[in-house]
Design a protein. Sequence first.
Lengths: 743, 364
Amino acid sequence: MVFGREDKVSPIRITGVQYVILLVFLLLGYGFWRLQVADSDYYASLAEQNRIRKVPILAPRGKILDREGRVIVDNYPSFSALLLRDQTRDLNADVDKIATGLHMDPEDIRTRIKRFEGMPQYQPLILKDDITPDELAYIEAHKNELPELDTIRASRRLYPKNGFMAHVIGYVGEVSEEMLDQPQWEFYKAGDVVGKSGVELEYNDILMGQDGSRREVVNSRGRVMRQLDEVPATPGKPLKLTIDLDLQIAAEQALGDKDGAIIAMNPKTGEILAMVSRPTFDPNSFAVRISRDEWNRLVTDEGKPLMNKAIQAQLAPGSTFKIIMATAGLQEGIAENMKVNCTGGASFYGRYFKCWISARHQTHGIVDISKGIYQSCDVFFYTLAERLGIGTIAKWATRLGIGQRTGIDLPQEASGVMPSEEWKIRNFKQKWYAGETISVGIGQGAVAVTPVQLLRAISGITMDGRLVRPHVVDYGDIPTDLQARYKQVSAKHPDLEQVDIDPKNWETITDAMANVTTPLGTAGSAHIQGVDFAGKTGTAQLISNQGKARLSNGKAQFKDNGWFVGVEPRRDPEIAVVVLFQGGEEGYYAARIASQVVKAYVDEQRGEKATQTNVAQAHPVPPPTAAEVEDGEGPAPENPTFGSTATVPSEQKPVVVPSSDRQPGAKPMVKPATKKPAIPEAKPSSSPSQPGGTAELHAPAAIPEMAGIWTVMDEDGEEALRSARFSIQPGVLKRATAAPGMN
Amino acid sequence: MQRFISFRDFDWVLLAFVLLISAVGVVEIYSATLHTKFVGAHIRQIYWIMAGLVLMLVISRISYQTLLEAVPWMYVISIVSLLSVLLFGQKYLGARRWIRIGGATHFQPSEWVKLILILAMAKYFAEYRQREMSFFDLVKAGSVVGVPMLLVLAQPDMGTALTYLPIAVMALFLGGMKGKHAAAIVLSLAMVAIPAWKFGLKQYQKDRLTVFLNPDSDPQHKGYQVNQSLIAVGSGGIWGKGTTQGTQTQGLFLPVPHTDFIFAAFSEEHGFVGALGILLLYFMVLMRLIQNAQTAPDRAGAFVVMGVVAVLLFHILVNVGMVVGFMPVTGIPLPLMSYGGSSVLFTFLALGIVMNVRMRRFVN
């Protein structure tokens, strides 16, 4: 073979290849320089995010207590399903499987994933609250197929059942997007559970704790490899209300299932002792996530169950307004010596106005201010209204707070209306007709009040003109660091407004009010033996008599509203009660309801000593397992059911039974004998002073059950009486938790 | 006359570089599989390397000229086996790439075709001695590579098919391809590529080819691997996190850290300094190979060595380029470091032929 130059490969081309290789390696070297030197910090932080997962530790909300520290709203342990979004998985592909396992609508899950898209990946989202044991089991069993699912312990709200006190308490729910747009919610984040109405909303800052978090090192499969650190959750603070549970029970029972509202208040301080609104709703159905159907039912119900009528109903006060008229008349020096002959009606400005007595084919005869009040003579007050004129009436009514908010510490209080000539021109561009003044004189026409406003005005008159700001939480019970805020919020409603009323005048009025509940007055049947119970009835028409004749065939919605405002005792009263009985026809029905509340109060005061010993006994007995039962974290050695229900999914919901049952004889100080806990037929036993007779009017059978969850907190904020009074039977808790929103 | 071939002429320097890279690879395989079901893969890799060394010694004893003479037969066998893969191959993950040869053993012929193509191109150009290539010759030479390439593409295995390309490019370049011909090929390839892109490629292939340009466009899916690789490499910094200390590698965030992404795992644990060190070793290997080509006894030998250079360079460029985000994810392993028998055996076999070429430099 001949080997010439041709036989060799072109050296220039080989050199060219070498340069290409050099270029390739320089390029690759630059690639590493860019990643590892120039942007190293950026990638290092991404690497951290990759592997560190933040798991929230949900803070329990503070308990809501009554004025004596009895627990009204409690928490119970539950599990929530979490969706970890920092997984490498295609979440959307798994949605259907997740939906099946958790009994959810796949669309709901998709929208939820979408909603949380803007938030950091390492933050998991809560997919479903309060999952059932079989859903918990599903998640545990599918750790490999669905590694993005996890569970988290959370405390859920446990409200009294059957809507007991629902309007005062309110309910919690997930903060909505509309709320987050408002400045006062700006520090909250999507997914936070916040108060949505009632005390839960008003005092959310106190009740809501600060969620903690735990940082974990995880691998790409989501398996925890190491714990980093933990920021513990700060539980919400307990909130003590001015509500007296015993009186609240009495009021709930007194109103029964009738539409309307009751407020009982200490007229000296403005402390609300009881507040009821009907119809009511079950806040437990909001405690998880309310279903659309349940929500629609609540908002479309004609009875407006979500409305707290005690502060939101704006209705004609009827004859209860005559107390305000009387105050105006006496103070203006017109009423004191005024005498009117009632012949069943009278003509004013060319129109004949009937007195209510004419329906009974009777007359009141000669009527003075006192008889005008206890007989509620319309003609007397027509005449008084004519003499005072709308301007003076409006002046006094406004001074007494009619047509204005009282500043009660509950959300969305209505203001009511006190008409005047200016008011009519401003709102209707119409002249005031003199005849309208006559209607206003008996609390009809355009005048509209809220029950709380009426209570404040009339109790204020009986209190020497001292008008208090009603409230359900005492400043003194608000944690000091938050006091300032709440003070500032309600600064425009002073705690006390003094209206100068001549003592002689309010004495005249209260004496006349005391006669109302005697055989002389309009509500003789509301008399309580041995109790100085003074008040004023009212029957307010919804539409005019002519209209009623035209429309009604006795339809309930056109029935007159019954009102009663009462105080006890008549001088320097300790309790003031307003009752609105919608469709109650006559004021004396409302008066009888009020008398039950007042009687319960008086009985409680007189029986105080006996009760106190009863409660005091339990105080020094903190059952050791009580807290463990509540938090589910303790070892709970005596009964393995407690500790393990959390992890044994096949179990029923945590079953909490009185310790007396669990450890017979172990705690002799606990006296379950008088308080048979949580058995449906149990009496409302947490108010032993209450005689059984009060239940005559209609006691909903369910209310005694509610007694089961009350406990007393001792000085350290620890629950002391829990095992004696606290009891959640499987059925009870099931109903409390298995809200319609769940499935 | 034949001079006695001695191991004194064996390229010990090249072997030293190669073994150094392989050793680093073994350590990294150990580190990357520590928490996976592949734990212990480094031991198997050592066995593969040892097998590769034996294979290399054996092949280095066989004259490459003997091999070149057998090339036509080998080429025919290659085409037949590629066809039979298409017809009877095992379908796995949507592609037919393996032939089952008794029991659990599977044979992937497309890997070995590479070697045969290197020899085929060397033989073609050893007999072709014109200073400049005519267009017809160019097409003829190109189709030697083009036919098996199309067969592999049909499997479909685009990654392997692409590795045939540099063999052809290198041979044509060294064989004296004219500049205007090169331009014409590039132009016509572009004209074929655009409709092929539109109609020929499957969506997953397109995605894989484009996602590296913008890995965040779809971080949960195709971009995930690229992103995780960038994070692993970038977070390694200058000095790295240390063997078995790479959080992304150990936390299994980095995909297939012992095969395709082994260089990312290595870069996370050994940093910029380590990465440059390995790049330098590879550079030295390639330069040493080119030196062997320059001293080759004949044209054919030089073409064989340069073909090996082309394949190795292409693997390094595509694999390391993928790790740093310059190249799409194609599933091409890094020679000498990535775990896997086929890759190791191929590399050592190729080096064995190179050794033979070197040992015969003073022959004739």
